[in-house]
Design a protein around this ligand. Structure first.
Ligand code: TXA
Ligand code: MG
Length: 324
């Protein structure tokens, strides 16, 4: 676990324009000073991410929001007060402090206050905004432990703050709050139902397979193994067929799928609850890669609550890959 001296070291590195990976409640972030274009450029190099793909600016508290965005509409204020610190990112009009490098040239900026003691201590010690994408190579599975980050980014990151495993396990929900009607750009740790209850009105959600945020390739959150999505009742047959064809198969089922036949397969994950599913998703995808699985057969959970974010990530993981 990170100590006070680690937090101070990390804040000093950020001030010097270096890269620091840090835990949040969702996934680990790869952070740099949001006001320093050279530091932000380092993030894109370390990830191998196209520079047009905007980052999230992490700040220490909702009361600082006005420092980072041009204006704060009433809806954004309400959502910030209700859900921060927490897994909600608000897209608003960019304030002048945020470097255009961090927004990929956009005049809007994505902002959030993470709900993790190490992240909040880092933001307090640093004092500024920290631009941070998930701390993985572009297109691959997000890290939920410090060792995931070290294994994937190695020397490309100057320092890794260890805060244990992430409690939520999928990224933040991104809401575009620039207009009169807020829209969900990416489902995540705050559920649609909770947002709708706070706003008192229904919210449109992008279909799981449709790309809504700028610069994203269809395949994202992807392990090395190919991911195929099938109906729950077809999982066994599909996995068995693939095994007969010589594949090393991993199986992913929604919570409470108590099929003994399926559990007889080698690498099967049947989480006990949706929260457990979200928390374990990326670690399990990484573990299947480590075991040398070349095919993952998965069935989507019901698209409600956290199931919406999980289904979105599985869809993206199963999306067409860039030709190698
Ligand atoms: O939970 C999270 O959100 C994690 C932790 C580290 O905070 N971060 C994360 O960052 O998932 P990243 O870079 O992997 O995903 C950020 C997403 C991207 O899909 C990007 O397109 C979108 O946020 N985004 C950033 N700025 C935007 C903007 N101005 N308008 C629309 N989408 C934006
Ligand atoms: Mg990411």
């Amino acid at each position: 676990m990170a100590r006070i001296s680690d937090i101070e070291k990390a804040a000093t590195l950020l001030r010097a324009g270096r890269l620091v990976a840090f835990p949040t409640e969702t996934v680990y972030g790869l952070g740099a000073d949001a006001e320093d274009p050279d530091a932000v450029a380092r993030i894109f190099r370390a990830k191998g991410r196209p520079p047009s793909h905007p980052l999230i600016v992490h700040i220490g508290g909702a009361e600082n929001l006005g420092d980072w965005v041009e204006d704060v509409p009433a809806t954004a204020r309400l959502l910030a007060e209700r859900f921060w610190p927490g897994p909600l990112t608000l897209v608003l009009r960019r304030g002048r402090r945020v470097s255009l490098a961090a927004t990929g040239g956009l005049e809007t900026v994505a902002v959030r206050v993470p709900d993790h003691p190490v992240a909040l201590a880092l933001l307090a010690a640093f004092g500024g905004g920290v631009a941070a994408p998930s701390a993985n190579r572009f297109g691959s599975v997000s890290p939920t432990t410090a060792s995931h980050v070290r294994a994937e980014l190695g020397d490309a990151v100057d320092f890794v703050l260890d805060g244990g495993s992430c409690g939520v396990g999928v990224e933040s929900t991104i809401v575009d709050a620039t207009g009169d009607v807020p829209t969900i750009l990416r489902p995540g740790g705050v559920t649609r139902e909770d947002l709708e209850a706070a706003l008192g009105r229904p919210l449109a959600v992008p279909s799981a397979s449709r790309v809504r945020v700028p610069g994203q390739h269809p395949s994202h959150y992807a392990p090395r193994a190919r991911v195929v999505l099938v109906e729950p009742e077809k999982v066994v047959a599909e996995a068995e067929l693939a095994q007969e064809l010589g594949h090393r198969v991993g199986v992913f089922l929604p919570p409470s799928f108590a099929d003994a036949e399926v559990k007889a397969h080698a690498a099967v994950e049947v989480p006990g609850s949706m929260a457990e599913y979200a928390r374990g998703l990326y670690g399990f995808l990484r573990e299947l890669d480590r075991q040398g699985c070349d095919l993952i057969v998965a069935s989507l959970p019901a698209q409600e609550g956290l199931g919406l974010a999980i289904a979105n990530r599985l869809h993206r993981a199963a999306g067409p890959r860039p030709s190698a």
